[in-house]
Design a protein around this ligand. Sequence first.
Ligand code: LUZ
Ligand code: MOS
Length: 752
Amino acid sequence: MKNIDANGHVRGESLFIDDILTKQHCLHAAVLAADVAHAKDVVIDVQQAEKFPGVEKILLAKDITGENQVGGILLDEPLLCEGEIHFQGMPLAVIVAESDFIAKRARELIEVSYTELPVITTAKEAFEKGQFINDARSFNLGDVDEAFDDCQYVFEDKTFSNGQEHLYLETQGAYAEKQENGCIKLMSSTQGPTVVQRIAARILGVAMHKIEVDVTRLGGGFGGKEDQATPWACMAALATHVLNKPVKLILDRHDDLKMTGKRHPYESTFKIGLDENYKIKAFEVRFLQNSGAAADLSPAIAERTLFHATNSYFIPNVKTTVHSCKTNLPPNTAFRGFGGPQGMVVIESAIAKAAEQLGIPAYKIQQANLLSENDVFSYGQVAEKVEAKKVWQQLSDKININVVEQSIEEFNQNNQQFKKGMAVMPICFGISFTNTPMNHARALVHIYQDGSVGISTGAVEMGQSVNTKMLQVAAQTFSINPDLIKLETTNTTRVANTSPSAASSTADLNGKALIKACNALLERLKHVAADELSVGVDTLEIKNGWVEVNGEKTELDWKNLVFKTFWKRICLTENAHYATPIIKFDKSKEKGHPFAYHVYGAALIQTTVDCLRGTYEIDCVDIVHDFGKSMNKGVDLGQVEGALAQGIGWMTMEEVAYNEQGRLLSNTLSTYKIPDIFSIAKDITVEALKTEGHDMAIFKSKAVGEPPLMYGIGAYFAIANAIKAFNKDYQIKFHSPMTPEKVMMGLYEKSI
Ligand code: LUZ
Ligand code: MOS
């Protein structure tokens, strides 16, 4: 089954936000952002700007007809500044004009005065000054203090992992139109149509039923549009509400980079204890999350960091604590992995630290500590259907780790300028929203009287091909030609109260609801067929578009059957609901069973460092990935390859930089480098783990969106190992990304 968007994309026919045909008299909006990171007594003077020809209105906080509040988890984020500035890029005013060009020209005429306040940009400084978003969280298992006393080896160090810009190809944007009776239709490039609907209603001061949100598709989201698509849609809605005209608001790249939050940087300190057999007996971490100036999704992201703090290892004594530190950066937000990668970086650093000190390869420690069946995670869930050792075994069958190690050693002995390094990166990622109440979805299926089918779900297509998977689910359940089925836009009027498309769970949740809807319709159709053919329902099946009785094709085909059902006045529409069973979590104890299942995998990454220049290449990445039983190998392979590239980018080259005043320095694509075709691994092989899959996954095909990003973490350690081959004095800094500058310093550093 090919990606159903392929043709449209190649021909340029697929509709993104900026392609939607606007109505007559459509206005265009631009956003004025704060150019300091922290200030009070803010006064915004729009007199000159409002006189600029073509300007319709400049909206300020006082123009908000409802509540000036876009916070999701906590109510701590105004849509527009009200007297105080908390980060550079904070929206101050919305300029609404006849064209985007005019709006941006007028923007330059707005005068802003304020009294500057001290700026905090790092998590550590916020921690020291007691600036937090909420209370710290802690997961505990066993007794670390006692366990450390018994350990043969104990090592401590600190780590830093940087933020990451989502760089969705399509920037943030929305288009709003007034309907009858004070209603507004919003087209938004959002992962969370219901989030947009709820918050827009709050901003306007109207009920949710007055707002319809429609999403065709996104040009990428990666978590950056789970919560942070909302403000722009709210601004467009507000402008439409106030001015009674259609309004389009699309951020240009520069504004988008400056105004939106990114992956959270983390500063962490760890302590790891091992016994004489390299079994990890105790692990303690303090994570400092740089949350930015408002909560956004930070508390939930912090929680997922704790869930993934031990990656795919069993550690009997664990103490992990996370502090969401409030700084004057744009509120950081969801990004593929949702805090999980930041947790996994620390345990991998701890293992690498131990390996460095013990003078053994890290993979020996990794391998000695992989999860087994019935091991318990620090959050109380008992590991079931564990694939950690199986993926490792299949990877070493595919590519012998010792042989790779020896060939690298040989290469390094024979080469002075170039050195190679390798690392293994196992992954284990929990599938479900960690916030249990979010794990549900609905699907609405219409069979039209000509036999064609229209499907609506809560799933948002953002390039991950979830629509293709949904279409497959319906085509397979009905056993009809996929050409008969159409995926409708994601729309809050057709499917309400949706969770965002996130947490790798979209295909599972919406797909399971869709199967239920299709099966209910199928039952009705079969009863009609049984009547028509005077046979028992049990003898009858629909296969490849034909009714079969006892496995024999009859004269009755899908189209006829559908029409007969319609003619009998039987409903050809079904709405179904799915909520993940079993899962639960008790926050008062920090224990439960939050995940439907886990996804496993392992990658071996090899790299070559140019020791004259500090540059490096990723030579090859060999992966064994737990797809379950993949329902679409092309789509799933694409997710693994894309996630790997994004993970390697985060760990090696993407450097989000703010100065001490909180100004984003990496604010263009010439100063923020993402992986391109030249920097991608030269060779990537992905093998599917031989497994039966998991019943909680759609068609046993496991969630694939986020887990493979974390293979990229291995690139950091592979490069570090290559540096070690050149410079015996080098000690790993656990400070990512591993840019060529850092490689260069590592190559020539002397032991102190
Ligand atoms: N979003 C969310 C997520 O709201 N909750 C989650 O657990 C999650 N996990 C991954 C990515 N997005
Ligand atoms: Mo997400 S990080 O929007 O699954």
